[in-house]
Design a protein around this ligand. Structure first.
Ligand code: ATP
Ligand code: ATP
Ligand code: CA
Length: 218
């Protein structure tokens, strides 16, 4: 059986989730207070309804607890976002993902039982900042305050050298998890094989170790 998703709030964030889920062939119920938004998604989502999700009876009549995953993408109205999330938790929805507007909002959402809280503006800001500071950093995923996974572009400085030549794990304490070359991705790279300019190297480790390695080698 197809997974059933509901997206509450059809702003840019919720709207793009709704669109992408629909494109992947998922069943999606699109919900918004605003009739124009709902009309916009009438031909994209499986169903689109005008509803205020802060009203408990409305949520019940939508049968919200039967959905596999509900995404709350109400942005500016933090109170509505929290109230909606609380009622979804109380209804026993299995997977609830909520967009947070700021750190306090995030804290509250975690406290009341949201399963996943996302903070797209902040996270994208961090990624872009890393990318601006170092032209070799293509992408960045924060694992914790100290550890990350980083995608680095191999340049001339490492061209023709192997992981053994560079001695990365021993010298910097971080691990190359994978190497992307053209369309190929090698998830257990051979330490003896030479890197090439243009390879994309995916490295996991402590931020300070990755920075040190990047400054020395890239
Ligand atoms: P964006 O993703 O574009 O940045 P945003 O974060 O600014 O959006 P808003 O525009 O504040 O988010 O809200 C997203 C949508 O959520 C809006 O279309 C709004 O009508 C809808 N919304 C707000 N409150 C409710 C509610 N109680 N029930 C249903 N939909 C709601
Ligand atoms: P060690 O026990 O010192 O980690 P090893 O037995 O794994 O070494 P090799 O696989 O031959 O030995 O690798 C030699 C060195 O090459 C490692 O010590 C390390 O510095 C580097 N190296 C090998 N593979 C990786 C990797 N995936 N990521 C980072 N460095 C690597
Ligand atoms: Ca916004």
């Amino acid at each position: 059986m197809k997974k059933q998703f509901a997206v509450i709030g059809l702003g840019r964030f919720g709207g793009s989730i709704c669109q992408s889920l629909s494109e992947q062939g998922m069943e999606v119920l699109a919900i918004d207070l605003n009739e124009d938004k709902v009309n916009e998604f009438a031909n994209i989502a499986t169903h689109a309804v005008v509803a205020d999700t802060t009203e408990e009876n409305t949520l019940k009549s939508l049968g919200i607890r039967n959905f596999d995953h509900v995404i709350v993408a109400i942005g500016d109205n933090i109170q509505s976002s929290i109230l909606t999330t609380l009622m979804l938790v109380e209804a026993g929805v299995k997977h609830i993902t909520v967009k947070a507007q700021n750190d306090y909002h995030e804290k509250v959402l975690n406290k009341i039982g949201a399963h996943k809280v996302v903070h797209p503006e902040r996270d994208m800001g961090i990624r872009i900042a890393h990318n601006i500071v170092s032209k070799n950093v293509l992408d960045y995923l924060e694992l914790s305050d100290e550890y990350s996974i980083v995608e680095l572009m191999a340049g001339q400085s490492v061209h023709g050298k192997s992981l053994i030549d560079l001695n990365i794990r021993a010298k910097y304490g971080c691990n190359i998890m994978a190497i992307k070359r053209d369309e190929e991705i090698n998830v257990s790279p051979d330490a003896t094989q030479d890197l090439r300019k243009g390879d994309i190297i995916i490295v996991i480790g402590a931020d300070e170790d990755i920075n040190r390695m990047e400054e020395d080698l890239f």
